[in-house]
Design a protein around this ligand. Structure first.
Ligand code: C2E
Ligand code: CA
Ligand code: CA
Ligand code: CA
Length: 279
């Protein structure tokens, strides 16, 4: 009867309340996740469309929670961002990704750049550039082996300080990409003020580009824009051969997606790199 009452309560609880409870519970568990070694990184290959050579990988965080199982970043990164836990998680991700890049190099892989996602809060952290510099030095990684992925909305939030941070990162030698490009509200005229290197076409445009002429037109426009600004254009979420072929025909430089590989543990990157190294 007791459990009945509880189930009833749960059933009638408004969604918002349940959402909040869940968030608080997740936050509590997440607070201990780093110390308990529950976070790990998977890496998704990024391939040159012309040559098929592995150009780099994107580090994607995973949370292996003993009771709840594997929790996707879409569920805990927003909580981390709101609660401030993203500071320590983000630092851990940067350290781990840089250490892994050095380990791959020591295992004989050629230049393999590792891209790390930075949440808006991390990007606007006043000490970011010094922190990145310190982590690179500690790991012994060349700055141009690290790429930082930020979203349009992160750079558009406080454009003046964002431009300043981007310039400092560039001076440091770190590569910068704009993630999910096309989904935010960046003004195109700002793009020329941002010292960035790479545009990543959001996967929502890639997903339907073969069936939806508007999505195809947007992908095409982003590629043309990237080319005229001399940026590298990367398509993400490429799942089929047809998408890959049409992106290649449009002049897209690199691709990422299930068509080539899902995000995988670090050890699998070694095999992939050996199969897709420059001739
Ligand atoms: P994102 O940066 O846009 O990453 C791409 C997401 O698309 C990843 O989901 C990846 O697994 C997934 N994906 C890759 N290829 C395909 C494909 O062909 N088809 C489909 N349907 N999906 C594909 P994931 O790993 O669940 O990450 C989700 C988001 O979580 C990321 O989106 C990123 O915004 C955030 N995230 C992941 N790791 C970190 C991190 O270390 N720090 C921060 N701040 N955010 C992270
Ligand atoms: Ca990303
Ligand atoms: Ca993305
Ligand atoms: Ca995304």
């Amino acid at each position: 009867v007791k459990s009945d009452a509880r189930n009833n309560y749960r059933y009638h609880a408004p969604d918002m309340e349940r959402g909040l409870k869940e968030k608080v519970a997740i936050e509590g568990l997440l607070r201990q996740a780093i110390d308990k070694n529950e976070l790990l990184l998977h890496y998704q290959p990024r391939i040159c469309m012309r040559t098929g050579v592995l150009k780099g990988v994107e580090a994607l965080v995973r949370w292996q929670q003993p009771k709840l199982g594997m929790i996707p970043p879409g569920e805990f990164i927003p909580v981390a961002e709101e609660s401030g836990l993203i500071d320590s998680i983000g630092t851990w991700v940067l350290q781990e990704a840089c250490a892994q890049a050095v380990a791959w190099r020591e295992q004989g892989l050629g230049k393999l750049r590792v891209a790390v996602n930075l949440s808006p809060r991390q990007f606007h952290y006043a000490n970011l550039v010094a922190q990145v510099q310190g982590i690179l030095a500690q790991a012994g990684l060349e700055p141009d082996h690290l790429e930082i992925e930020i979203t349009e909305s992160a750079v558009m939030k406080d454009t003046e300080s964002a431009i300043n941070t981007l310039h400092l990162l560039k001076e440091l030698g770190v590569v910068v990409s704009v993630d999910d490009f096309g989904t935010g509200y960046s003004s195109l005229s700002y793009l020329k003020l941002f010292p960035i290197d790479i545009l990543k076409i959001d996967q929502s445009f890639v997903r339907d580009m073969l069936d939806n002429p508007s999505d195809a037109a947007i992908a095409k426009a982003i590629i043309a824009l990237g080319q005229s600004l001399r940026l590298t254009v990367v398509a993400e979420g490429v799942e089929t051969r047809g998408q890959a072929q049409s992106l290649k025909a449009l002049g897209c430089d690199e691709m990422q997606g299930y068509y080539f590989s899902r995000p995988v543990p670090a050890a699998q990157i070694i095999e992939i790199a050996q199969r897709h190294s420059p001739a």
